[in-house]
Design a protein. Structure first.
Length: 403
């Protein structure tokens, strides 16, 4: 049965400082791959509801992570404008608690705000994705409101009465950030110093190159603001790539605003998870030898079951590389709730128009029971990628039945 959820750096120029405990990650140390896991990294008791210490957060990152791989995008934000189309269906399914896993940047946070899991693993083959989540963690933990977070992310001057913005609409928050003057000079340097010190004190060993990457990612959000778009290398930008503003303001399939920044309540769900060190960045391949399977061992230690796994369109590439069976074997090794779901994206440029496509969106988002994929690996094999992305789909509009 799924378990349910129930160093200050004083900088007068900033509304938030740097709380933190645990080991300091020394410059020049390298991140520990799975092969370098120590007995200490495997040792801690994992209670399902307690906050995790910085040292345990770091040891879980090391325990779960594999060697990093390459993908030809920066992926600072999603290129899936309809990523929220599944949120209303998740709510109607009544999925809550347990454990969450997902790939990519902060589109995961919108799923977390809806599902409210006990623990979340953000797993991605790119080490850069883990570094970006350390940046987001630093900013979210030190921003008590949505307007403070977006102001810090984009280095805009926050309102003097940020607390009064808790009940503001997401449109009002976005309009404030769009119109706010940029931080410059001492204010910008102070912001950047707080971010660097916060990331250093999370316990994960980081090199100077890692810290420079975190700073580069933050600089991209600062320079482009809410106009930031998904970036790929060696490929032209596509007209369907949304801006960060569009992603923040997006709705679910029934037109209801649904991002993690749509309300103070949703934002605080994500902030509480970050402050409890329960959003754990993992460097790993979904079809790899250790990351997903070790995740399963951790969940068993925590007595938790998987509620949802956001895979984006990673399976398209795994299928083409002959690695799909390795992924499904890894998925089958996870303890999953009977109603657990996969959240998937499908791009017609790669495989043709999807029958469940929603007008106005380039990519198609879908929900599929985890057991459908597990059962396929056990005797109902998929006849191709098209069969995978159309079998047993849960409708996103109207009544849903995950059973």
């Amino acid at each position: 049965m799924r378990r349910r959820r129930r160093i200050w750096l004083a900088l007068a120029l900033l509304p938030w400082g740097l709380p933190g405990t645990g080991a300091v990650a020394c410059a020049g140390e390298a991140g520990a791959p799975a092969a370098a896991r120590t007995a200490e990294a495997r040792a801690p008791a994992l209670a399902p509801r307690d906050s995790l210490s910085d040292s345990l957060f770091a040891s879980l990152h090391a325990r779960l992570s594999e060697e990093g791989g390459y993908f030809d995008t920066d992926n600072l934000i999603s290129n899936e404008s309809g990523y929220l189309n599944v949120v209303g269906a998740l709510e109607r399914l009544g999925l809550r608690g347990g454990a969450y896993a997902g790939v990519g940047p902060d589109q995961n946070y919108s799923y977390l705000a809806q599902l409210r899991p006990e623990v979340a693993f953000v797993v991605d083959v790119r080490r850069d994705n883990a570094l970006q989540h350390l940046l987001l963690k630093a900013l979210v933990e030190r921003s008590s409101t949505r307007v403070e977070f977006l102001s810090a992310l984009h280095a805009r001057t926050p309102p003097a009465d940020a607390d009064a913005w808790r009940d503001a609409t997401v449109q009002e928050v976005v309009e404030w950030v769009d119109g706010a003057p940029p931080r410059s000079g001492a204010e910008l340097r102070a912001l950047q110093q707080v971010v660097e010190e916060a990331v250093r004190h999370m316990g994960i060993p980081l090199t100077e190159t890692d810290l420079a990457t975190v700073a580069r990612f933050h600089r991209a959000f600062i320079d482009d603001g809410l106009d930031l778009r998904f970036t790929s290398h060696g490929r032209r930008p596509q007209p369907y790539y949304p801006t960060y503003r569009q992603l923040v303001l997006e709705t679910d399939a029934e037109g209801d605003p649904a991002s993690w920044l749509v309300s103070d309540e949703r934002y605080q769900v994500v902030r509480d998870l970050h402050r409890a060190n329960r959003i754990i960045p993992v460097v790993g391949d979904l079809a790899g030898a250790s990351a997903v399977r070790e995740m399963g061992r951790v969940l068993r230690e925590m007595e938790l079951e998987l509620t949802a796994f956001y895979v984006s369109n990673v399976e398209f590439y795994l299928w083409g590389d002959g690695l799909f069976d390795a992924w499904t074997a890894n998925l089958a090794a996870l303890p999953a709730a009977p109603d657990a779901v996969l959240i998937r994206s499908y791009f017609p440029r790669l495989a043709g128009r999807h029958p469940a496509a929603i007008p106005g969106y380039y990519a198609t988002q879908m929900l599929q029971p985890v057991r459908t994929v597990v059962e396929a690996s056990e005797g109902r094999p998929f006849q191709g990628y098209g069969d995978l992305v159309t079998r047993d789909l849960i409708p996103l509009q109207g009544p849903v039945d995950g059973g």
